[in-house]
Write a protein that binds this ligand. Structure first.
Ligand SMILES: Cc1cc2nc3c(=O)[nH]c(=O)nc-3n(C[C@H](O)[C@H](O)[C@H](O)COP(=O)(O)OP(=O)(O)OC[C@H]3O[C@@H](n4cnc5c(N)ncnc54)[C@H](O)[C@@H]3O)c2cc1C
Length: 361
């Protein structure tokens, strides 16, 4: 398994649970982003939105399958990572998401913008539609989910090699330190894996802005705000970080930066993010949540990886190699299902109804 992130760690747990001999290869989180010369990942954070509602059937199904297993992963690892605070989705037209929700029997209610403001303080324009998913939705800590998957996998015998992979061929894996041999290899290395794969993957640098507040607001759900013009804005309620402080987090909007090579991606993480994007997000945040007293703000870089049709690539590349990648901005909440589908592809047991196996000619 190449990539000890969200999808790779999930795939490792699933394969170990099925009794296979599994090795998870990949480094941990860098201590100092500004000087780190290796690879980075998209899960170095405490908050990712999770929800069963999605306008695209694949993502709706993959999310619900993953959410249904959160409790099992928490119990197996002893690491809690899910906060069931609920979630809102708002935009000019939410019918596609509502329809998928009804098909999948997701429990949600429709709110008016004024009701959303009264209940949660979010200012959503008049005429927008608002869907509120109160149960089985909220946020996960991607760091803790990775730790939980790895601990559960290790308890089932999964081995770990903390090295960076440079090349793979016919099951031979060359890292920065050694050469290893495996029967089968699964690439699940996120954005930094893209340059190794001959697939139409689009890696974008994104900036997220954090707003320090006095403490937790346990009744506040997450919010996805689609204004129909920019990339959706997403907002997470205050979450406690390692420094003990609580931060709202906002991301999305128009400031993506295309990144093509490993060097460009590394330089993006080392740069600390885009101040202009952070400023735009600051404005959006204060318009969406005007009644909150902000103590301080800061921002960080991250990368998101997209495929042209907004579906992940999961499937076989050659007789010894499979891939499970491209979260399309949704890959944290459904990483357990994406990892499971990657594991099934590796075993040659893809379910065509579930795995979007569409490697184009
Ligand atoms: C700002 C931001 C907000 C997001 N919000 C959400 C959200 O609210 N909800 C949601 O569901 N998703 C969200 N996402 C998307 C989600 O975080 C990603 O889809 C998810 O992290 C993808 O998982 P992954 O395993 O593919 O990649 P990663 O989590 O990036 O893991 C990849 C792993 O591969 C390793 N690796 C890379 N290169 C190599 C190599 N050469 N050798 C060995 N190991 C290597 C890395 O070290 C890393 O551990 C967000 C993403 C960003 C950037």
């Amino acid at each position: 398994m190449i990539g000890a992130g969200l999808i790779g760690s999930a795939a490792a747990r699933h394969l170990a649970q099925m009794g296979h001999d599994v090795t998870l290869i990949g480094p941990g989180e860098p201590a100092d982003w500004a000087t780190h010369e290796g690879v980075f990942a998209s899960h170095y954070d405490e908050g990712r939105i999770t929800r069963g509602l999605d306008s695209m059937p694949f993502w709706a199904q993959a999310s619900r399958a993953s959410i249904a297993r959160y409790a099992e992963i928490e119990a197996a690892s002893g690491i809690p990572f899910f906060q069931e605070v609920g979630g809102l989705m708002a935009g000019p037209d939410m019918e596609a998401a509502a329809q998928e929700g009804r098909k999948g029997q997701v429990s949600f209610e429709e709110l008016t913008p004024s009701k959303a403001r009264g209940a949660f303080g979010f200012v959503i324009p008049d005429g927008f539609e608002v869907l509120h998913e109160a149960a089985d939705a909220g946020h996960i800590s991607p760091r803790r989910l990775v730790a939980a998957q790895q601990r559960a996998a290790a308890a089932l015998g999964c081995k770990r090699i903390e090295e960076v992979v440079r090349h793979t061929e016919d099951g031979r894996v060359t890292t920065d330190k050694a050469v290893h041999h495996f029967d089968q290899v699964l690439w699940a290395a996120g954005g930094f894996g893209a340059p190794h794969l001959d697939l139409p993957l689009d890696v974008q640098g994104r900036t997220v802005t954090f707003f320090e507040v006095a403490g937790p607001m346990p009744d506040l759900p997450t919010l996805i705000f689609a204004n129909g013009v920019e990339i959706d804005i997403y907002l997470l309620p205050p979450i406690q970080y390692a420094d003990g402080k609580h931060y709202f987090k906002i991301g999305g909007g128009p400031h993506d930066k295309p990144l093509r090579t490993e060097g460009e991606m590394r330089a993006w993480y080392q740069s600390g993010g885009d101040p202009a994007a952070a400023q735009a997000l600051d404005k959006t945040f204060r318009a969406l949540v005007p009644d909150v007293e902000v103590i301080s703000t800061h921002w960080k870089p991250c990368v998101t990886m997209y495929a042209p049709d907004e579906l992940p690539f999961i499937g076989r590349l050659d007789p010894a190699t499979c891939v499970a990648t491209a979260g399309n901005g949704r890959g944290a909440k459904c990483s357990d299902e994406l990892g499971r589908l990657g594991a099934m592809a590796l075993l040659g047991e893809e379910d065509p109804a579930l795995a979007p196996m569409r490697f184009r000619p």
